[in-house]
Design a protein. Structure first.
Length: 341
């Protein structure tokens, strides 16, 4: 029985081979050689196109295609290059005046106390920022009095310290832990929803804070879920530091549109979540518009998918606790007014 089956299968294969060879004999050998190669090339090209559309989105790809065709029109590319050169020339002309007479190497002889006079002279060229530069300097008043003077005195006392050596500079380490604890309390560490698990550290500014948060999320999600090709999703209104972090730590960044009120679109963010997503982002408030994203909804979304949520609070976050209290006072005052009426 087995020999009959084997003989039958062999006969069928011989017949199929003969039929296939008969059909292929109608084509040139060169065509038979080139056709599979062209098919493979076409498949790879189509796969690449779909990959680009998937990464950048259909709208961005269409705009890029249109711009590419426009640049092919005689004179258009030349005009674009000329406009770019204008910007470059303007930047260079502005910086060249600032570089005039600047020191480019260590002086042979130290300047002594003259260096302070030189610094004072240069400082007079700075813009007047008091009350005119929002989000630039966070201290008001005169440098010689009040809170400003207190900060200058404190900085001079600890300018030489290195907090990495906690056994040497114990005071600075204590100050840092107190600042972290007080900040956490302002942002809700004592509320039940926080779970009481709060930690943190001081950084050089908002960009470093965001970069460290992204790195922490990447490392944590690799440990928790084994994600080696991480992705994160942020609204278009998110800080540019997320772009830097994505480049630093090799993370694919998805920027999704905001809603009509310029708030993070939770549904749009949900559509981009996949098995490689490590974190989503919200701002409270966002830098461009000063609008608070739906943080609670983003938190529920992150929790449901088991991913990280980073809330960019920055300077605005220190205002929110007091704004909440102010709002409660206003509402209370309004209710009392209605009662009196």
């Amino acid at each position: 029985m087995d020999s009959l089956t084997s003989s039958s299968m062999k006969s069928m294969l011989i017949q199929a081979r003969g039929s296939l060879n008969s059909r292929l004999s109608e084509f040139e050998p060169l065509v038979l050689l080139v056709a599979p190669l062209l098919t493979l090339f076409l498949a790879q090209f189509i796969g690449s196109v779909f990959g680009v559309v998937h990464d950048k989105g259909l709208k961005a790809c269409l705009l890029g295609l249109i711009m590419g065709f426009l640049k092919m029109i005689p004179g258009v590319q030349k005009y674009i290059d000329a406009e770019k050169q204008k910007v470059v020339d303007q930047l260079q002309s502005g910086s060249s005046s600032k570089k005039k007479n600047r020191a480019e190497e260590l002086p042979v002889k130290g300047l002594g106390v003259e260096v302070l006079e030189k610094m004072e002279t240069e400082k007079r060229n700075d813009a007047i920022w008091q009350g005119k530069c929002s989000g630039t300097v966070y201290i008001g008043g005169s440098e010689s009095e009040g809170h400003f003077a207190l900060i200058n005195q404190a900085c001079s006392m600890f300018a030489h310290t290195n907090p990495l050596h906690i056994d040497v500079f114990q005071s600075v380490v204590r100050f840092e832990s107190e600042v972290v604890a007080m900040t956490a309390a302002l942002l809700g560490s004592r509320e039940t929803a926080s779970g009481g698990q709060i930690c943190g550290n001081m950084t050089s500014g908002g960009t470093e804070s965001i970069v460290l948060a992204v790195k922490s999320s990447r490392d944590y999600m690799k440990y928790k879920k084994g994600i080696t090709r991480p992705e994160m999703i942020i609204p278009e209104s998110g800080h540019s530091a997320y772009d830097k972090a994505a480049q630093y730590f090799n993370i694919k960044l998805w920027r999704v549109p905001v809603d009509k009120e310029f708030r993070a679109d939770v549904k749009a963010i949900r559509r981009h979540i996949n098995r490689n997503t490590i974190m989503i982002v919200g701002s409270a408030p966002g830098f461009p518009h000063g609008i608070i994203d739906p943080i609670e909804e983003l938190g529920q979304l992150a929790l449901s998918y088991g991913i990280c949520l980073h809330v960019d609070l920055c300077l605005g976050g220190f205002v929110l606790p007091f704004a909440r209290k102010l709002g409660e006072l206003v509402q209370f005052s309004t209710r009392n007014h209605e009662i009196r009426k």
